[in-house]
Design a protein around this ligand. Sequence first.
Ligand code: GLU
Length: 428
Amino acid sequence: MSSKAFNPFVMAQAQFDKAADFLNLDEGTRELLRNPMREYHFNIPVRMDDGKVKVFRGFRVQHNDARGPGKGGIRFHPHETIDTVRALSMWMTWKCAVVDIPLGGSKGGVVCDPHNLSAREQEQICRGWVRQLARNIGPETDVPAPDVMTNAQHMLWMLDEYEAIYGKKMPGLITGKPVGLGGSLGRTEATGFGVIYTVREALKDMGIKPEDTTASVQGFGNVAQYAIRLYNQIGGKVVCASCWDQNDQTSYSFRRKTGVDPDALITITDRFGGIDKSKAAEMGYEILPGEAWLEQEVDILVPAAIENQITGENAGKMKKSVRIIAEGANGPTTPEADKVISERGIFLIPDFLANAGGVTCSYFEQVQSNMNYFWEKDEVLGKLDLKMTSAFQAVSELARKRKLYMRDAAYMISISRVAQACKDRGWV
Ligand code: GLU
């Protein structure tokens, strides 16, 4: 599905440039914001289970910290590139700004495939990543978190290494920690739930009842699973989900007209979101090609996997019934597809707004950690809903007033906030 030439950083800069033009941003601020402030590239040597040493490539990119310490996840992915991490760090800056939390934007990555690594090898990668960066990250400088193929266990190994280096407990280093070890209740649900809080608001504004709608979701990882659960809870019906199949090295879509049941599907899903096809067929799912999720006769599409999925090539395959696209993933839509979406009048909830629930909950985790007092799950999710709802309303109001595409409106709000912080600090 992804074209080889796709470069997420070029795409992130093109999106930025468009919004910077709308804002009439001055040259200096533009130059500062269209590139990361700092980046680190390094090797992580690991002694593998077979006794041989393998060297993994690691990155951390700090795009902008004018509004607060850098914030953003660490991805483990075999095709990770520095330009992907650059783009993702930039999107983190806009994400934290759009929900108005006092954090900047960073992202990290390791070129590796956890499918083929033992737990011990993954632990060594985590510890090695922290050893390379211990002087450049920290509770007051740059705070990592989970992302694609990393989870609470990885975060705890990283924290443990960092605390061993500094000889003291510093839970503020990292978020997405296990509950009971400094983690926040609701963090696992936060990104997927956040996507649906924005979908719920969009439907409300359009005068559509959730129970009259259906959706198709790309992915069945953490974001997709919780998005499906909450959307079902508010009365909608997800009829299709998809996943990456590690054995076949391709993706598949799973369609069931009576609705996707995430609780049943999870029992036949591996730890990376791969669904067992024959068991799914027994449960009544049709197994379709990976791209079929996009071609369903539904009201709402939720790309919740990775970048570069709705493109100029396949955007024409979306059915006329589609009224909303909510981007659970980072960067799933290319600028060519944006053109198609906006011309067709589909209401887009852009990635750094729709999926900001994760980082917002990370911020709550830090607040709770600092107080050393942890909230009940309902309190966390209630506060998350408030933040997501007010961010959504601010963006959609601007889009309505100025007749803007939602992505451009979100960019304008975020960029103005970050540019103002840079100006107030005397940087530009
Ligand atoms: N990795 C998540 C994201 O892309 C969360 C980042 C965080 O919690 O810092 O938004």
